[in-house]
Design a binder for this molecule. Structure first.
Ligand code: GLN
Length: 197
């Protein structure tokens, strides 16, 4: 028996491998999750960056939308980065037609809010709950959070826009900590999973 949490990375599309590596270096067991049976086994889940429209279509196709919604609703810790943040939103501005979300965080998210691929950038981001100075935020066609509900805590902003939030067991960032060598965001999430486990 071990206290090491088992954390899945939703592996339908996106930068799965980088999250697996970041989670492992934050002392979790990490594995890709594609099917409902695999989802049932993990203590927490990361939804990676990629393309939220493709990811939500594949989630529907693989029969994962309802199981994801059910586990998030019943308190499984979940962390979404970039496209993953979009999937955790209750509402998206500028969705592609028919684009569905898993939901879980009471927030409205604007897709591609920070501009197009060639407007990608990096910035130092102070995150509430992460000690040791700002994290390096990598923003790639990144969304921002337009507004949050009363139960959603804003944990980081950039240029007056909300770029990280937390609502109970759900965490989301506009940026991609998995693309840097700094795994403090993943460590924060692993702690959230441990607290529930
Ligand atoms: N703009 C993408 C989307 O809508 C997200 C980009 C990313 O995850 N880096 O899904």
């Amino acid at each position: 028996m071990s206290d090491t949490p088992l954390i899945g990375v939703l592996a339908l599309q996106g930068d799965v491998r980088e999250h697996l590596i970041a989670l492992a270096s934050a002392d979790a067991l990490a594995r890709p999750v594609r099917r409902p049976e695999e989802l049932a086994e993990v203590d927490g889940l990361v939804i990676p960056g990629g393309e939220s429209t493709t990811m939500s279509k594949l989630a529907a196709l693989f029969g994962m939308l309802e199981p994801l919604r059910a586990r998030v609703r019943t308190g499984m810790p979940v962390y979404g980065t970039c496209a993953g943040m979009i999937l955790l939103a209750e509402k998206i501005l500028d969705p592609r037609s028919g684009q569905e979300t898993v939901g879980g965080i009471d927030m409205i998210v604007r897709r591609n809010a920070f501009g197009r691929q060639n407007e990608s950038f990096e910035a130092a981001i102070d995150v509430v709950g992460v000690d040791g100075g700002p994290v390096e935020g990598v923003f790639i066609r990144a969304p921002w959070v337009e507004s949050v509900g009363a139960d959603t805590e804003v944990i980081a902003e950039h240029d007056g826009h909300i770029v990280a939030v937390r609502q109970e067991n759900a965490l989301a960032t506009s940026f991609h900590p998995e693309l840097t060598g700094d795994h403090r965001m993943h460590a924060l999430f692993v702690d959230m999973v441990r607290a529930v486990k």
